[in-house]
Design a protein. Sequence first.
Length: 121
Amino acid sequence: MSSHVLHEVEALTPNIVLLNRGRLLAEGHVRAIRDLIDKYPHHIVLICDEYRKLAARLLAWDDVEGVKVLEKERGVMIETRAPDAFYRRLPKLSLEEGTAIREVYSDDDNLEAVFKYLVNK
């Protein structure tokens, strides 16, 4: 199947071939390809009531390169080059600090983000 509608491709299969202007950019599993481009930071959004307290705590983590407070959304966006390690530590943080994190998401873990990173590198 060939398509420019990347979210539809991603819904159909995790294994992909990315082409741009006739040039092979990458092929394989979306997550494996994303792991190969970790020189770009992953942006992860955390939504919780005590988002400022959470932001201060996250600044102390060595693998967190930046924290942006999202006042309107009542959350924070962090930048990290080690998303898997970040996700592993997140539940412990929530339990230790008593911070109820209501939502966690990343727009960087989809096919559209992977394609943009590869085209713009």
